[in-house]
Design a protein around this ligand. Structure first.
Ligand code: PRX
Length: 707
């Protein structure tokens, strides 16, 4: 059943409704591209037989194949325990350590091999290789410090607010070694955003860095410590220790004043642990490895809890099968480790396979849009993994750039957002010189690893479509009533996964009810059932399946805005706006952007008596940056007299998004105040048809789906 259906019967078959017909028109000119010749003989997965091994009749035992790629201290007894559905437990009874699997087990054969190659944004600095032996030493010393100096014990949570340097994977693996649960907060998030996550996770220790280079500037990251600690403390979580790595050891500290007894430069403390080793803690397969905070439909970020055994097995095997990583590869994923892609496919998957993983500090287009090709050429990168936003940016700035370099990619990976067919063709043709397999991988923070993608040596690629489901993943597209949309019909609906898989997150930290409500309640058939078939996982994405079994992801159906591939909740943005004195109401909507895919547009209404001004708009913008971070900076802040509202007083964000994007707002008859639409349009200065005009159909659909 997971074997992809046959080739399309006919593209001209009538489709269900106007919506699917317009999507069909988008797909119509997509020609499939065969996988690169010669790849099949060498790839890690060479034939479709894998889909038989992972068919439903072999579920869940088929996933033992994944677990067997790891070293276990004790084997598992039960592959999948469903007794507390939907809190799935994988490889129950098994014990292992993630750091051991990513470091120690490679020492004997690959001790001198580079585990990481760190590339500074400053191009005058040479690339630094960290061998598996170096990594072992650094992880052990820091693990020892965490245990003996910071008092971290098995099961404790520890927050990291670290940029992209080797200290980040070292810190993660050190925590994993002693059984602590790491919570890395994206380095670009503000101190306040970090503080809410410290409080939510109940971390007593914060690990940070003095600064880093971004876009040619030194970012003084320590400035975030004050806000992080204050925010955490205001939420009831004291921070006992702040451990500070130095980007350049020995560099004199900036203006930040250390708090005596709380803040410590690791340069000063770490030498005490020189050469010390800590035995890896034997963790139960279902013990949490880390929390990854992500945005959802409420203002409160969710700490997605990932397991040790299931997660590690899933990311290791999918890195092997989908990214086709081999021992001799030099693999470079540009994702920040502060997001799930970095956890799964910069650190855990590649290192568990004993690969060389490149870690690049800065933005791909610094100092110019040929940097990635220079890095790839000089390091001999064979697998390159990035986001459509980066690809769009590189293509826009320097479309002929890749031709000037001798890059030899085998596999090119796209992740995080839909990729437009013309952008895909540039990636394949110019970056891959037509010789690389492109995999468009669809998944989420919650899913741990890939859910849909083509297999690089086997499946033809279809620009703009992610591809079929991975082995052992059984998707279904459900309509609003919970009825399956006919397979291969090309009709849009809510894509769900019918079965659990080892990489699925375990719960939302501290909020199991929200976990059930948000991901399972909608299509659950019986809340008491312990049969996995009754618990389809609700992804929150709209999608369609074409006749060839390839899925096309249409985007979020909730209030999540994907900005440059990063996930932001409209409610988080709105609650930041409401912190500004004088703001009565706020709405955040997606605006299509040529490079970033989407950026937020903000509409605010002021309290009576407050005068609208450009200072007010600026204050809204700076507050968003302070509370969330620069990535959330809105494109525009519009101050409006009144918001478009339904009779029940709900703001109709669909109308605002339509105005921002210059598309038809659709039915406005349910508004109590339809007259505001024209007034807002005047303020926004946009008429219908004057929008960014990009990916017209997708933004129209997205706007229509907003409530
Ligand atoms: O809407 C989908 C989109 O990104 C969302 C997940 O975002 P996040 O949790 O930040 O994870 C990013 C890393 C996977 C999804 O719900 N998305 C992700 N990959 C793709 C995608 N949309 C289209 N095509 C993709 N390949």
């Amino acid at each position: 059943m997971a074997r992809p259906p046959e080739e399309p019967k006919s593209r001209s078959e009538p489709r269900g409704n106007a919506v699917s017909q317009s999507i069909d028109a988008l797909l119509a000119d997509e020609v499939k591209v065969p996988p690169p010749p010669g790849m099949k003989d060498q790839a890690n997965v060479r034939d479709l037989e894998i889909f038989d091994r992972f068919s439903e009749e072999h579920f869940p035992a088929c996933f033992e194949e994944y677990a067997r790629l790891l070293d276990w201290d004790r084997p598992w007894r039960t592959v999948l325990d469903t007794s507390k559905a939907p809190f799935w437990k994988w490889f129950v009874g098994g014990e292992l350590n993630a750091a051991y699997n990513c470091v120690d087990r490679h020492l004997e054969r690959h001790g001198d091999k580079a585990a990481l190659i760190f590339v500074s944004e400053d191009e005058s600095q040479p690339a630094q290789a960290v061998s598996y032996r170096d990594l072992y030493r650094r992880v052990n010393e820091f693990a020892c410090l965490l245990r003996d100096f910071a008092g971290i014990r098995r099961g404790d949570r520890i927050t990291f607010h670290l940029p992209m340097t080797p200290e980040l994977p070292v810190s993660m693996l050190a925590a994993a070694r002693i059984g602590a649960v790491h919570c890395q907060v994206f380095g670009g998030f503000s101190g306040a955003a970090c503080g809410t996550r410290i409080a939510d996770s109940g971390s007593r220790v914060l690990v940070t860095m003095d600064g880093y280079y971004r876009n040619g500037h030194w970012i003084s990251h320590l400035d975030n410590v004050g806000a992080a600690v204050e925010t955490a403390e205001s939420l009831g979580q004291p921070v006992e220790k702040v451990l500070i790595w130095q980007r350049t050891p020995g560099k004199p500290p900036g203006s930040y004043r250390l708090k005596e007894g709380r803040d410590f430069y690791l340069d000063e403390v770490l030498p005490r642990y020189h050469g010390k080793a800590v035995p890896p803690e034997r963790m139960r397969s279902e013990d949490p490895l880390f929390l990854m905070y992500t945005s959802g439909t409420t203002g409160r970020p969710k700490g997605c809890q990932h397991s040790t055994g299931g997660y590690l097995a899933y990311v290791t095997t999918t890195a092997k099968y989908i990214l086709d990583i081999k021992p001799q590869d030099v693999y470079w994923c540009t994702a920040d480790i502060g997001w799930i892609t970095g956890h799964s496919y910069v650190v855990y998957g590649p290192l568990a396979l004993g690969t060389t993983s490149v870690l690049y500090e800065g933005v791909p287009s610094y100092p110019d849009a040929e940097r990635p090709w220079r890095i790839s050429e000089s390091l001999g990168v064979t697998i390159f993994h990035t986001s459509p936003t980066a690809i769009r940016q590189l293509r826009k700035t320097n479309p002929e750039g890749p031709a000037r370099h001798k890059c030899r990619y085998r596999v090119l990976v796209s992740v995080g957002e839909p990729i437009e067919p013309e952008v895909w063709r540039w990636y394949h043709g110019k970056v891959g010189k037509g010789r690389a397999a492109v995999v468009d991988t669809w998944w989420q923070t919650e899913t741990g690893g890939f859910l849909c993608s083509t297999l690089p040596a086997i499946h033809p690629m279809k620009p703009g479509s992610t591809g079929p489901a991975l082995p052992g993943i059984y998707p279904v597209i459900l309509d609003e009533e919970g009825q399956p949309v006919e397979r291969g019909s090309g009709r849009a609906g809510n894509i769900c996964i019918r079965n659990p898989w080892p990489g699925i997150f375990q719960t939302i930290w501290g909020d199991p009810q929200r976990f059930v409500d948000q991901y399972y309640k909608r299509y659950n058939r019986d809340p008491k059932s312990t049969d996995w078939r009754d618990w389809p996982y609700f992804t929150g994405d709209g999608a369609l399946e074409d006749t060839d079994g390839y899925y096309r992801i249409l985007g979020r159906i909730d209030d999540v805005i994907k900005v440059a591939g990063h996930r932001l909740g409209a409610k988080e943005l709105e609650s930041a706006c409401l912190q500004v004195p004088g703001v009565a109401e706020a709405a955040a909507v997606p605006l299509a952007d040529e490079v970033k895919g989407r950026v937020p547009d903000i509409y605010v209404a002021l309290r009576p008596g407050v005068t609208p001004s450009s200072e007010m708009a600026d204050r809204v913008k700076t507050t968003i940056i302070e509370r969330i971070g620069k990535i959330a900076a809105p494109q525009h802040v519009y101050i409006v007299e009144d918001m478009p509202k339904t009779r029940s007083g709900k703001i109709m964000r669909r109308v605002l998004a339509a105005i921002s994007n210059g598309v038809e707002p659709g039915d406005v008859s349910t508004l109590v105040n339809p007259e505001v639409v024209d007034a807002i349009r005047m303020i926004a200065g946009r008429r219908v048809g004057e929008g960014p005009g990009l990916s017209g159909e997708t933004i129209r659909r997205e706007v229509r789906d907003l409530d």
